[in-house]
Structures are given as structure tokens and as C-alpha cells.
Design a protein around this ligand. Structure first.
Ligand SMILES: [Zn+2]
Length: 287
């Protein structure tokens, strides 16, 4: 699952959504807007969101926000925009871009109109809609929170006839809050995120992406190692040449800063599964 908080904060995203809604929905689905303004539930077709989704897909690095599967251009045209709170119940949020979610057709289908709340509480309805902020949904919304803290991910050896490793996804054992634990569990269950149950093609793709990501990081790690050696040499000569040490330290710090930025760009491009794995195996380069 991808952290999409930066997308929601991106003015380009808001502009695209709002402009599109105004142009297409007001012209072609004005009846629906009218019904919503009269507190009545409209009938929704998927046409409008099929047109909007391809415009937004590049902002989302062409990946499913839930399972991080790569979405090809033709898929994105075929898929409709998912709603975090399903429009079957929360119909007044159908055109609210803060309620959109971008999922591949598999995740979209798996979730459908499911929207469980903590402790089986009743969903708010239109009449008490302001109480929505008190709802405790059991599905992670990557537009509003970092999904990264909820999961633990393993690339484990698979002893069967297949050559690749199996990816296993489970609840992060470091979670202590019961609501968060339940939320992680339910998200995995609803979207079928337990990856080793997913089809072979999907797992192979995830492992390929991860390997590519590690390959990209390798030159940075080597450069960092080289600079550490320079700094150590300067430290050994610190009494004779204090200025050389200062300079080496400065350059090392600057490089780390650059590295952090490059890494976060790579992570944004690929996804968060990789980050979780790197954290678990302590291979991520941190200052
Ligand atoms: Zn997906």
C-alpha cells in the first residue's frame, strides 16, 4: 500500500479532480448533483470516473494504491475510481475527491461495498453526516495516514518447485493499540493482501521490483562506504590536518543529504513494500 498523503496535498491533484468534476459531472450528471443537494441518493454510473482515472494515474506513479501492482495504461482506462467510503452507503461523498481511492480491478472488486467499523459501530448516514469524524474505519486510508506502520513483510524461501521467494504480509507485531491492530488485520483480509495467497504473476512482479530497487541503491552504498574511509583517514590525521577532517565531514554530510532525497524519490516511484523490507533487513542506509 502506498503512502498517498503527498498526493492529496498536491495542488495539481486537487485542480484535476475539481475541474473534472465541474466540467463532466455538471454537464452530464447534473441530475445526480441536484439529487445530492436535495439529500437524495442518486444512481451512479462509472462513466465519469473512467474518464478521470487515466488523468490521475501518472500522479500515482501508475501503481495500484492498495496492492502496488503496476497498472498498465489500458487497465487504467478500464478501471473506475474506487471510493474509500463506498458510495452505496456514503452516496453524498461520491464526488468528493478526498474520498477517492485508486485501486486495480482486483482490489476494487475485493473491497466492493465493504466498509467495516471498529467494534461493529453503525455507519453514519446523511442526517448525522457531521459525525463522520468520529467513525473508526477498519480500512487504512493511504490518503490520510502512512500505511507503512501497519504491516510486516517477509520475503521467505520457498522450498517447493518454484524458483522465486514467497512474500508474506502480516500485522506489524510492534502495534499495541487494539484499533490499529484490528485495522491492519481487516485491511489485509478485505483486500486479500496476504501476498503469498496471491497469484504467481503478481508475486514475481513484486520480487522483480524489489530486486531492481536494491540494484539502484547499491552504487549509493558503495559511494557511502568510500566516503566513510576518507573520513576515517582524515580522523587519524586530525592533529596534523584538522582542516582536512572538517572538509571530509562536510562532504560526507552533504552526500548523506543527497542520498536521503534520492532514496525517497526511488521509494515514491516504486512503493512502500520495498521500504518495509529494507527496514526489516536493516539494509536501508540511514545516517
Ligand atoms: Zn491492487
Amino acid at each position: 500500500m502506498k503512502d498517498l498523503r503527498n498526493i492529496l496535498a498536491n495542488p495539481e491533484y486537487k485542480k484535476l479532480c475539481v475541474n473534472f468534476t465541474e466540467k463532466h459531472i455538471k454537464n452530464k450528471n447534473s441530475k445526480n448533483l441536484q439529487l445530492i443537494s436535495q439529500n437524495k441518493k442518486p444512481e451512479f454510473g462509472g462513466e465519469w470516473s473512467r474518464k478521470l482515472k487515466p488523468k490521475l494515474v501518472s500522479l500515482l506513479e501508475s501503481r495500484c494504491s492498495v496492492c502496488e501492482r503496476r497498472i498498465s495504461h489500458s487497465d487504467s482506462n478500464a478501471d473506475v475510481i474506487e471510493h474509500y467510503r463506498p458510495k452505496a452507503h456514503y452516496w453524498w461523498l461520491a464526488y468528493d475527491y478526498e474520498n477517492y481511492l485508486f485501486a486495480c480491478s482486483t482490489c476494487n472488486l475485493a473491497k466492493s461495498d465493504v466498509f467495516p467499523l471498529y467494534a461493529n459501530k453503525e455507519k453514519v448516514n446523511y442526517l448525522n453526516k457531521n459525525e463522520i469524524i468520529n467513525e473508526k474505519p477498519l480500512l487504512i486510508n493511504p490518503f490520510f495516514e502512512n500505511p507503512y506502520k501497519y504491516f510486516e513483510l517477509f520475503f521467505s524461501n520457498y522450498s517447493g518447485s518454484r524458483k522465486y521467494n514467497v512474500i508474506k504480509l502480516s500485522v506489524n507485531p510492534e502495534l499495541t493499540d487494539d484499533y490499529e491492530i484490528q485495522k491492519s488485520k481487516k485491511t489485509i483480509e478485505v483486500y486479500n493482501l496476504d501476498l503469498h495467497k496471491k497469484e504467481e504473476k503478481y508475486r514475481t512482479e513484486q520480487i522483480f521490483d524489489f530486486t531492481e530497487f536494491c540494484k539502484k541503491l547499491l552504487p549509493y552504498a558503495m559511494e557511502l562506504d568510500f566516503r566513510k574511509k576518507i573520513m576515517f583517514k582524515a580522523w587519524q590525521n586530525r592533529n596534523k590536518e584538522p582542516e582536512t577532517l572538517k572538509q571530509a565531514e562536510k562532504e560526507y554530510k552533504e552526500y548523506l543529504e543527497k542520498l536521503k532525497n534520492e532514496q525517497s524519490n526511488e521509494i515514491a516511484k516504486t512503493g512502500y513494500w520495498q521500504l518495509i523490507v529494507l527496514e526489516q533487513y536493516k539494509t536501508i542506509i540511514t545516517p
